[in-house]
Design a protein around this ligand. Structure first.
Ligand code: HEM
Length: 477
């Protein structure tokens, strides 16, 4: 019994509270903003796996560890609601989309996407990823310095845009996209817990960016519908049966072919909202995961030779990347998994308690914001041996530390586990497969501390030196 009615469990106790954390209404707001991971880790060390604190007028309960995660991720929506907790994202997704829809409606929206994430489609996305990385690399001088996060962000913007919305959108909006996506993401701030409609400059930029992206997607949808209506046979494409794959190369094609239960096409605003939601959920998160993967390899260069050997074994005789060769890059996968564990892009996941409940032996009152944190949980020594150490071997048999249920939660768990995790891994692996083979990096004077001023924290200043492998190594004096 992990999560149930408080009354049904005799040994239920009140949640211990973090004391000395700021003014009563604000709570430890400034410490949370400055470094949420340090605050939550310190709280856990003092008070255990479940503790509470006030935050901007809300009662927060933090829950940590596989047992608590199982309880939170397994809870019914009527008990712990992501919809209520993530209201601050509605201005990005749009009204009636994802968390703003009723839970069954959100599941239906996600199910329209699933054919676009099938293994066959992932194979095509791997090729797009390789092309986009090579295109971007062509702009790099033979050697020099780059900001790893902003370069990987450009690459994932191009990859996500082509895989989701297609070439015409990518070509039409190309240079503006990184800035627009950044404005969307920077509209997610702690103040959104109060209201995502506050008159803040970042919220205004978020709304302008969303409107610009939505207009451009609307134009692509209109053009595709017109082209489909004017097809030589004069017929619109056959609608896809629910969950069936269509022969489209991007997620927009899948959504345009999808049908509601009554047989009607999905509304254009809904298609637009789902696509913006997917970009928001998957683009910058993937860029940040790719960046931390690179940072960890720079900090642990002893792995690079083995990674290069794996690249040559897998790619020799393979003209282009696809899902299958990427799948065979096991050491690279384990390195990406260490990046997910040590630097999960989403620091906290949230639910709102719609009624009083027992969370692993503690009473949580209705209205509480319940948080779990991949960043804190992934450093629990009870779960991961020597947790602060970069150790890709922890995922090899017989250790397989990631197989413990709800231990590795960088992509969440239970009914709301990320549907894009395979795509994200494929993308990050494709990016590093090309970069490892083509470029040698060196940390230079980079500052790799996490930048908690952003919602999806990358390193503060990952300016690194590089040399294309086609350039001969200079002779040592
Ligand atoms: C490194 C990249 C990514 C990370 C770290 C990530 C992380 C997460 C996490 C932690 C959740 C669960 C949220 C919660 O339970 O509160 C989630 C949900 C979700 N993610 Fe991802 N994600 C990534 C990439 C993607 C991509 C590429 C897509 C789509 C193409 C995507 C689509 C979604 C969707 C639709 C959900 C909601 C699922 C549901 O509630 O049923 N994500 N993601």
């Amino acid at each position: 019994m992990a999560l149930d009615d408080a009354a049904a469990r005799p040994q239920v106790t009140a949640v211990p509270h973090l004391s000395g954390g700021g003014l009563p209404w604000f709570g430890p707001c400034w410490s949370f903003r400055r470094d949420p991971v340090a605050l939550l880790r310190a709280g856990r060390e003092r008070l255990g796996n479940v503790f509470g604190f006030p935050l901007l007028g809300r009662r927060v309960v933090f829950a940590c560890g596989p047992e608590a995660h199982a309880a939170v991720f397994g809870a019914e929506e009527t008990v712990l609601s992501p919809k209520e907790a993530y209201r601050f994202i509605t201005p990005v997704f749009g009204p009636g989309v994802a968390y703003d829809a009723a839970p069954q409606e959100m599941s239906a929206q996600i199910s329209h996407l699933l054919p676009a994430l099938s293994p066959r489609r992932l194979d095509g996305y791997a090729r797009i990823a390789e092309e986009e990385v090579r295109t971007r690399l062509a702009h790099w001088a033979p050697q020099g310095e780059v900001d790893l996060l902003s370069e990987l962000n450009r690459m994932t913007v191009a990859i996500a845009t082509r895989c989701l919305i297609g070439d015409e959108f990518q070509h039409g909006m190309g240079p503006h996209l990184p800035g627009l996506y950044r404005d969307l993401e920077s509209g997610i701030r702690l103040a959104g817990i109060l209201s995502p409609a506050l008159p803040l400059p970042s919220f205004r930029r978020r709304d302008r960016a969303r409107a610009a992206i939505a207009r451009a997607i609307g134009d692509v949808i209109a053009a595709r519908r017109a082209a489909s209506a004017g097809a030589p046979d004069g017929l619109e494409r056959e609608p896809a049966a629910h969950g069936e794959d269509v022969d489209g190369s991007d997620m927009l094609a899948t959504l345009l072919a999808a049908r509601a239960p009554d047989g009607s096409p999905l509304d254009d605003d809904l298609v637009t909202g789902i696509l913006i939601g997917m970009i928001f959920a998957g683009q910058h998160t993937s860029a940040v995961l790719a960046t931390w993967t690179g940072v960890l390899l720079l900090q642990h260069p002893q792995y690079v030779d083995a990674l290069l050997a794996e690249q040559h074994t897998v790619t020799d005789g393979t003209p282009r990347l696809g899902a299958e060769p990427l799948h065979r890059m096991e050491l690279l996968e384990r390195c990406v998994r260490e990046a997910e564990r040590l630097h999960p892009p989403l620091l906290v996941l949230m639910r709102t308690a719609l009624r009083e409940l027992d969370l692993i032996g503690h009473t949580v009152p209705a209205g509480t914001l319940v948080m779990v944190s991949p960043a804190v949980a992934h450093r629990m020594p009870e779960v991961f041996r020597d947790p602060d150490r970069f150790d890709p071997a922890r995922y090899e048999a017989p250790r397989e530390e990631h197989r413990q249920p709800h231990a590795l939660i960088g992509f969440g768990g239970g009914r709301h586990r990320c549907v894009g995790s395979a795509f994200a891994y494929l993308q990050v692996k494709a990016v590093w497969s090309v970069l490892l083979r083509e470029v040698a990096f060196d940390a230079g004077h980079a500052d790799f501390r996490p930048d908690y001023s952003t919602f999806i924290p990358g390193p503060v200043s990952p300016r690194v030196r590089y040399r294309k492998r086609s350039v001969p190594v200079p002779e040592q004096p």
